[in-house]
Design a binder for this molecule. Sequence first.
Ligand SMILES: [Zn+2]
Length: 77
Amino acid sequence: MTAPTSCQACRYQLKKGRHDLPHSDLRHVDTRPFRGSMFGGWEESTYQCAVCGSVIEHTNDKNEFAPWWWLASTEKK
Ligand SMILES: [Zn+2]
């Protein structure tokens, strides 16, 4: 039950904005359309850090105040 430790670049990534790019060690894993929004939907992308293994999700939703970058669960199923 150890919490994943994110590297400095990942922690900094979480403070970035909607239009910022993932840092250089983040590998793109998946992008899926997020439909159902009255504003036309958006996309969510998943990235995994090659350095610390953190999985970070990103949304480019145009209308929400939600964080644009956040840590996903890294629990192995
Ligand atoms: Zn990292």
